[in-house]
Design a protein around this ligand. Structure first.
Ligand code: FAE
Length: 539
């Protein structure tokens, strides 16, 4: 009998003889039926009393398909290394006129990861049967994390802001030992060549749908600052088609918070994951949620996986053994797996700092009710105009408009700020729920919040009303840290003292990515890591 929650077993079928298994015979091997009282993951339906358990051996395994996991899979595929990628969510395929993603003003069960209700701040209240939907809310003490779930990870729901910090901001917040010049010269441009970000063109910015962006740009200018067109991974011709009525609105009415129904967004599934799968060396297994990771007696890595249905029920339990395990489950996912493994003794001698040095990138979301012109009800997106207030004496910040569709015009839009604070959050294992829970205090970010609030008030003027929505519902879109370079990993993402275990995602960055949105830095870091790993390590 195999009980997956018990961690490593010394089953010879997964350590020696099955090393030769080919990809094609995967999961056909060694099916064992187990009868177990299986503890359910929070938010996941309980497993059936008996589910089959399957064992498998792979050369390399990647967990997660966001920026870190996507780049890793593409690089492994390009290097000809047979790789299994495990993704808990589903594929979200978009074409002209498809209704793949739910809608912000009337969300349905596709909107949330195994939750009976919407998880976004301000969503209309409704109930539904839980589904493996697009947005996960990871509940913590003091703050909740919002992150994407599905092939493409956070890129499916992200606004697409693709910016890199300058040398001073990079040095202020990124771990020492990373060479900014190499990132500036090689890794950031590499990411830009794949995601193809560009600023909003004049002909689109000047349409009625983008009035909110223009009002925000005018306010920035009136405050004596320079508005900046945010680089976005968008093919603007699709937006033009929406504006001409040839495609249903998606970008042009700002209905993209649950994913863009326009094919014009260059998400990770369409870029890095597509490259990985096209290599012929990478297999992506969807609806595969990793429950635990462990080190075997002979130093290999074992991954305990629940294959689930879209209702969240466990169909199959799998134990997959590999010599090279790449964690790309995002800051929340990777940190929780490592902290669980540490607390349960599944990986002996993990660095004591696993789960620490976590921060929210200084995220603060304000609603702005204007005293002058109204941005209108439908507000074109993605977030197109920013101000890089990086020499602010209170600390560097970036401020961006975040257009949200409203059912009626209430003269309101949203503004988002980021900065650099103290990465003092940490994940702590809770035995009752067999999960690690984030602990965070508002005080860690007080100075950043004050800087954002003061500058925003200065830009929007005394007559406008600014409401800090994070005081009502404290969440972040930008979780960073938990397996930071320096304390848990080396500068290539290798977990210290654990040969063949790698962290490749936002967990590597201690809390703040240079007062910039983090996705570009995460992807650049994964490229940087893979250059070293493929050169120096045997996989
Ligand atoms: P991420 O992209 O979150 O990928 C993790 C993947 O692992 C996901 O596909 C998960 O489903 C999967 N996973 C997690 N746990 C498991 C498990 N146990 N088993 C199997 N699979 C698992 O990680 N960033 C920007 O730079 N610009 C923006 O404009 C922006 N807008 C955002 C808007 C929203 C609403 C949100 C939520 C985020 C936004 N972000 C933005 C943040 C950005 O999405 C985030 O920093 C990156 O996606 C993080 O990349 P990672 O590779 O760390």
């Amino acid at each position: 009998m195999v009980k997956l929650a018990d961690g490593p077993t010394d089953d010879p079928a997964t350590t020696g003889s099955s090393r030769q298994l080919s990809r094609r015979t995967a999961f056909k091997a060694a099916a064992t039926v187990i009868a177990a009282g299986l503890a359910g993951r929070p938010g996941m339906a309980t497993a059936a009393p008996t589910v089959p358990a399957v064992q498998d051996r792979r050369r390399a395994v990647v967990i997660g398909t966001g920026f870190g996991g996507g780049v890793t899979a593409a690089r492994l595929g390009r290097a000809g290394i047979d790789t299994l990628v495990l993704e808990r969510g589903i594929r979200w395929t978009v074409g002209p006129g498809t209704d793949t993603f739910p809608h912000y003003t009337h969300p349905d069960r596709r909107a949330a990861w195994l939750s009976p209700e919407p998880v976004f701040t301000g969503s209309p209240p409704t109930r539904w049967k839980p589904f493996t939907g697009i947005l996960d809310r990871v509940r913590g003490q003091g703050i909740d994390i919002l992150c994407g779930a599905g092939v493409g990870g956070g890129s499916l729901v992200y606004g697409g802001t693709t910016i890199q910090p300058n040398e001073r901001l990079f040095t202020m917040s990124m771990p020492s030992g990373l060479d900014f010049d190499a990132f500036d010269r090689e890794y950031y441009p590499r990411v830009a060549r794949v995601l193809k970000p560009s600023g909003i063109p004049d002909d689109i910015l000047n349409t009625p749908q983008y009035k909110g962006s223009r009002i925000w740009a005018d306010a920035i200018r009136a405050a004596g600052m320079q508005p900046w067109r945010v680089p976005l991974p968008v093919d603007w011709d699709y937006v033009r088609k929406e504006l001409r009525g040839e495609l249903p609105p998606s970008f042009s009415n700002g209905d993209i918070l649950y994913g863009a129904n326009s094919p014009g967004k260059n998400t990770v599934d369409k870029t890095y994951i597509a490259e990985a799968e096209n290599s012929g060396h990478v297999e992506v297994a969807i609806l595969h949620a990793v429950r635990d990771i462990a080190r075997t007696a002979d130093g290999a890595w074992r991954v305990f996986v629940d294959e689930i249905t879209t209702d969240g029920d466990v169909r199959t339990r799998k134990e997959i053994t590999t010599d090279a395990l790449f964690l790309g489950a995002g800051s929340a996912g990777t940190s929780r797996l490592l902290v669980k493994a540490h607390a349960k003794g599944l990986i002996p001698d993990l660095p004591e700092d696993v789960g620490t040095r976590w921060g929210n990138n200084g995220d603060r979301i304000f609603s702005w009710t204007t005293s002058g012109e109204s941005p209108g009800a439908e507000q074109g997106g993605p977030a197109s105009v920013a101000v890089a207030d990086w020499d602010n004496p209170q600390g560097p910040i970036t401020l961006i408009n975040g257009n949200v569709p409203f059912p009626v015009d209430i003269r309101t839009t949203s503004l988002i700020g980021f900065g650099i604070g103290t990465p003092a959050g940490r994940f702590v294992y809770d035995n009752d729920i067999d999960d690690a829970v984030l602990h965070w205090s508002q005080g860690d970010d007080a100075a950043v919040t004050a800087a954002i609030q003061a500058r925003l008030q200065n830009i929007v003027g005394a007559g406008s009303v600014l409401l800090d929505t994070n005081t009502l519902d404290t969440t972040t879109y930008h979780p960073l840290g938990g397996a930071a370079i320096g304390s848990v990993c080396d500068t290539a993402g290798r977990v210290l003292g654990q040969k063949g275990l790698y962290v490749m995602d936002g967990a590597l960055i201690p809390g703040y990515s240079g007062a910039c949105n983090p996705s570009m830095t995460i992807a650049a870091l994964a490229e940087h890591n893979m250059d070293t790993i493929l050169k120096e390590d045997t996989i």
